[in-house]
Design a protein around this ligand. Structure first.
Ligand code: SF4
Length: 325
């Protein structure tokens, strides 16, 4: 069988800033276009530029990063990985490019934040240990149920491996945070499920989680219809009945779950979080009809230098928010 990974050359600059949500002003790096994890709810899969049936690997990414770092007068203090693909996908060539790219950035003193549902192998832990103060680890984990994983994210690392990785990140001082996103209405928002998840996260050293319900886009609905058992799909869709299409982040055709349902779910998350001594943030970008809460991972602590005001305002040392990076 032909490899699903095709090497391509990245032509456009890498260290440029997206202008949306919590990522505003922070260069976002993706090692691939498309993602081998193929989560059924992933909206990046339906981007027009995402290749179908294969994943494009930016084979020249470390060299491009290296050139941009040496040629720029001002460097970002940090970059974030994995806005449209996971950096730890199960493929040796992808992992090699991920490793070299991280190394180039860390050796230049640039902080790195990543979000993953993948398996992190030994050489990465050694790298993180060497640059402990520059790495912020975030893990996606919505449920400990293997049934959930099998249905929605079957090619990711299993939830128990992710827990061990979170624990390891905590022991290394990477201050791991967890994104509980997407909460699937009626499936992963039952109080006992939430309690089990948050208690386990607390036990492995997590201090903060950010939470958001699944948002639907036309392409995501098509994927879910195709990839979920019909009864699961039909029951999930009921939570969105009658909701209008609206603009969320960069997409004008997004549907939120019913407001009362989200409010009740978030209330339960907060209440359980409070009981366990775990900070629960609700993702403001994906809940524009609720009071805004930022849930970015770098608040206050890349070597203690970055502050929210610096990242989002003016007078920035190193991080440029107004100009293209
Ligand atoms: S890991 Fe992230 S980018 Fe990859 S398919 Fe899943 S949701 Fe999409």
């Amino acid at each position: 069988m032909a490899s699903p990974v095709k090497k391509v050359l990245r032509k456009s600059p890498v260290l440029k800033c997206p202008s949306f949500g919590c990522l505003k002003g922070v260069p976002a790096v993706n090692v691939t276009r498309g993602c081998l994890h193929r989560c059924s709810y992933c909206y990046a899969r339906s981007f027009p530029e995402t290749p179908q049936g294969e994943v494009h690997l930016y084979d020249n990414l470390p060299q491009k990063l290296s050139r941009e770092i040496t040629s720029r007068r001002r460097l970002p203090q940090m970059v974030t990985f994995s806005t449209a693909s996971d950096l730890f996908q199960p493929h040796p060539e992808i992992l090699k490019i991920t490793y070299l790219s991280l190394k180039v950035l860390l050796e230049a003193g640039i902080g790195v934040s990543f979000l993953t549902k993948g398996r992190i192998s030994g050489e990465f832990w050694d790298l993180f240990a060497a640059y402990q103060g520059l790495v912020k680890a975030r893990f996606g984990l919505v449920s400990l149920s293997l049934t959930y994983q099998g249905l929605f994210e079957p090619r990711t690392a299993n939830p128990y491996l992710r827990l061990r990785q979170i624990e390891r990140a905590n022991l290394l001082g990477l201050e791991p945070r967890v994104r509980v996103d997407p909460v699937v209405p009626g499936l992963t928002d039952q109080p006992e499920e939430i309690f089990k998840l948050l208690r386990t996260l607390k036990n492995v050293g997590v201090e903060e989680v950010s939470v958001s319900y699944l948002v639907l886009r036309p392409g995501v609905i098509r994927q879910l219809r195709r990839e979920l058992p019909n009864e699961v799909f039909v029951s999930l869709l009921k939570a969105y009945e009658g909701m209008p299409w609206c603009r969320i982040i960069t997409s004008a055709t997004t549907k939120l779950a019913k407001k009362n349902l989200r409010e009740e779910g978030y209330r339960i998350f907060r209440q359980i979080g409070e009981e366990l001594g775990l900070k629960v943030r609700i993702c403001g970008c994906k809940n524009p009809d609720l009071p805004f809460e930022p849930c970015f991972p770098w608040e206050g602590s890349f070597k203690g230098k970055l502050k929210q005001a610096e990242l989002f305002g003016t007078n920035i040392t190193g991080v440029q928010t107004d100009d293209p990076c």
